[in-house]
Design a protein around this ligand. Structure first.
Ligand code: F6P
Length: 357
């Protein structure tokens, strides 16, 4: 292999730049390879938009959030928009462009980008995957994905800060964090930040049970409560909009996500003043934690090792601190959810955290 092409796909995550840096340094220093970077994920490939990535390009980017390559979660070459509302399979063009400029593609991405990488690999393109998501929900064995540590550290800090206001004002505060399909951020930050209630997609909750938890605290003179809700959390009855105030609202901004709905319902049920904070993209940006920088560097360097030994069609992962390959086909199969019977959930329950189940 003489030349590696790299792209970053899907949502940004802290550590993307650290991976790019590790790829370039390892490729240049260990193997004398060249690296090029496609801009804005697969969009750059479809538009033949790339530039050489030298050590100069990656100098100083280790602690920087975002991605110097740019990213997008649109532009799937297998379902490419050719005109407004019209899509076509342009994967052959995509493969042709990559092969023209490089010998192998490293895709740094989440479930969407790695599924595309898998489909390209099946069509014969040499591909190596590097797992990225703040959600920690990729099926890469036991390994954490980079970005997760930064995201839940930030959510934990948010809980610490919200504690002050909740306690001083005797309020319930609901913190809505990211996680459409998996509740890892909510679970980890809830445990680390001392939440009273954690709501995650894997454990459907009952409103009356979380209201009872708040009441139980009141009975013990705890006049405030903190709730962490993953954006994908669902009540058992599936009813999202439960408050008349929300249902009647004409302002679409008021029709918020699950955090807003839970806050209104809890105020109705408990009579305690309730507020909601939606963390949103704050938990995705900024400088990666030391752990995410290390993970990203391990993954980036390992991806180049995989390239050098021809281990294509694989995603780099870790088993303890050993780098291991996971077939792209495995990762593309589905996401990794929180184990509702696992040690983390059981521990949370032991210390009195309610999941509303
Ligand atoms: O997968 C990462 C993630 O941040 C999810 O947690 C969230 O649901 C989604 O992306 C948000 O996507 P976007 O930035 O495109 O709104």
């Amino acid at each position: 292999v003489g030349r590696i092409a790299v792209l970053t796909g899907g949502g940004d995550a802290p550590g993307l730049n650290a991976v790019i840096r590790a790829i370039v340094k390892t490729a240049v220093r260990q193997y004398g390879m060249e690296v090029i970077g496609f801009r804005d994920g697969f969009k750059g490939v479809m538009e033949n938009n790339f530039y050489p990535l030298t050590e100069k390009e990656v100098s100083g980017i280790l602690p920087r959030g975002g991605t110097i390559l740019g990213t997008t979660n649109r532009d799937n070459p297998f379902h490419y928009q050719v005109a407004k509302g019209q899509f076509a399979d342009r994967s052959d063009q995509c493969i042709e462009t990559i092969k023209k400029h490089a010998d192998v593609l490293i895709v740094i991405g989440g479930d969407g980008s790695l599924a595309i990488a898998h489909d390209l690999a099946r069509k014969g393109l040499p591909v190596v995957g590097c797992p990225k998501t703040i959600d920690n929900d990729l099926a890469v064995g036991q390994a954490k994905t980079f970005g997760f540590d930064t995201a839940y550290a930030f959510a934990t800090e948010a809980l610490d800060r919200l504690h002050s206001t909740a306690e001083s004002h005797h309020r319930v505060i609901v913190l809505e964090v990211m996680g459409r399909y998996a509740g890892h951020i909510a679970l980890y930050s809830g445990l680390a930040g001392g939440a009273d209630i954690i709501l995650i997609p894997e454990i459907p909750f009952h409103y009356h049970k979380i209201a009872a938890k708040i009441q139980e605290r009141l009975d013990h003179n705890k006049r405030f409560s903190l709730v962490v809700a993953a954006e994908g959390a669902k009540p058992v009855d599936g009813q999202m909009v439960v408050s008349k105030m929300i249902a009647d609202s004409t302002d679409p901004v008021r029709l918020g996500g699950i955090g807003e709905v839970v806050a209104h319902k809890l105020e109705e049920l408990t009579g305690i003043e309730t507020r909601v904070t939606v963390l949103g993209h704050l938990q995705r940006g900024g400088s990666p934690t030391p752990l995410d920088r290390i993970l990203a560097t391990l993954y980036g360097a390992a991806a180049v090792d995989f390239v050098a030994r021809g281990a294509f069609g694989q995603v780099v992962s870790l088993d303890e601190d050993q780098v291991v390959p996971i077939p792209l086909s495995e990762v593309a199969k589905g996401i990794r959810r929180v184990d509702a019977q696992g040690e983390m959930v059981l521990t949370a329950k032991k210390v009195g955290i309610s999941f509303g189940d």
